[in-house]
Design a binder for this molecule. Structure first.
Ligand SMILES: [Zn+2]
Length: 372
């Protein structure tokens, strides 16, 4: 019997009461919390049991599901993006300019992803490794939040079952805003990723517990900053524990390749969109052209590139001084990235200039990876 699984009955009850709540008079923020939670329950149930969710999908998409404007997979994977946050956060030309410079600094065609050696770890072992990683961090506050997740029954599901809606991920954290409870799903790969991903998702959970991020308040797109920063630490920890260095290096390289490849993909995406708009790009393009094609997806990708470089910066701070670096990162986790202003992380010692200079070292690492 699977030990790590969600409680379908409990989730079903929560889902019905959230749907009922949506019929009530709510402030926009209360409504957002209910909608986000309902979406979490739908996703969790969808990957747990075979249950008819049509009615709930319709509620969350405001009827667009039954009008066939979205199919089920789209509702489950891009609802957040396309239905709930269908607008670009405040941005200036100067900021766009910075983001594009960052992209240009690191863009590298994506390398084939590595295949990993088989590693059979039991579900209990996965939890043990995650637990000892958080002990290794030796930070009482992080451990306290971590315990809030692991000690809660049915908060974690480890499965090898691929269902509609989870074919594209290896792990996910869904957050129940109504009860302040993260739910962690890990799709087992039977390789070193299992150890990596569980801790990655735990960090998402802790990040939500420290500050429940609401799309109406916070810039959408920086959510991987924290997890990517911790991934460096997870890799270092696994290496210290004697796991195969070669396999851990694959994990490390994969991340650098992914971020540099994403930057390259953005460049392609921009050219494609400009051409589709009939904009002549023979002599290059400028910010005013970009503004014409900037959409939610492009912005999300740009911010993920920035997140990748910020994570690298946070990791560097931790290497220099573990306590102050972790404190800085925790302060970031608890902060709100106001949507009324251009994102600026100077107060975390990650100003735009700093990020640009970090991106050059980052790229150098990617090039070294390539020649290995
Ligand atoms: Zn993540």
């Amino acid at each position: 019997m699977e030990k790590y699984k969600f409680n379908a009955t409990e989730l079903h009850t929560k889902m019905i009461s959230a749907r009922e709540l949506l019929n009530k008079d709510l402030t926009s923020q209360e409504r957002e919390k209910v909608e986000m939670s309902l979406l979490a329950y739908i996703n969790l149930l969808n990957t747990t049991v075979n249950v008819n969710l049509n009615n709930f999908l319709d509620k969350i998409t405001k009827g667009k599901y039954s009008q066939r404007q979205y199919n089920k997979a789209e509702c489950l994977t891009s609802t957040v993006n396309e239905i709930l946050v269908q607008k670009i956060d405040y941005t200036t030309e100067e900021y766009l300019h910075f983001l594009l410079k960052l992209v240009d600094n690191i863009a590298t065609p994506y390398l084939e992803s590595s295949s990993y050696e088989k590693l059979n770890v039991s579900d209990d072992q996965m939890l043990e490794v995650s637990n000892s990683f958080f002990n290794y961090l030796n930070d009482a506050e992080l451990k306290q939040y971590y315990n809030k997740i692991v000690l809660r029954p049915n908060a974690i599901a480890i499965t090898s079952l691929i269902r509609l809606g989870n074919e594209n991920f290896k792990g996910v954290c869904n957050y129940d805003y109504l009860n302040s409870e993260p739910y962690i799903t890990v799709i087992k790969q039977n390789d070193i990723n299992d150890l990596y991903i569980l801790s990655h998702e735990m960090i998402h959970g802790i990040d939500f517990l420290m500050k429940p991020k609401l799309y109406s308040e916070t810039h959408y797109g920086f959510h991987e900053t924290v997890t990517y920063a911790f991934e460096y630490l997870i890799a270092d920890y696994l290496e210290k524990q004697g796991y195969e260095k070669n396999e851990i290096d694959k994990l490390r390289n994969e991340k650098v390749n992914y971020i540099c490849g994403l930057a390259y993909q953005i460049q392609m995406q921009i050219k494609h969109k400009l051409r589709a708009k009939g904009i002549d790009i023979k002599n290059g393009y400028d910010i005013s052209d970009i503004k014409q094609i900037l959409d939610v997806d492009l912005m999300k990708n740009l911010l993920e590139v920035q997140s990748g470089i910020m994570a690298y910066g946070f990791y560097e701070q931790i290497l220099i001084d573990k306590n102050s670096g972790l404190d800085n990162l925790k302060r970031f986790m608890k902060s709100n990235i106001s949507k009324d202003k251009t994102p600026d992380f100077s107060s975390f010692d990650l100003s735009n200039d700093k990020l640009l200079s970090l991106s050059e070292t980052f790229k150098k690492e990617a090039t070294e990876v390539k020649h290995k």
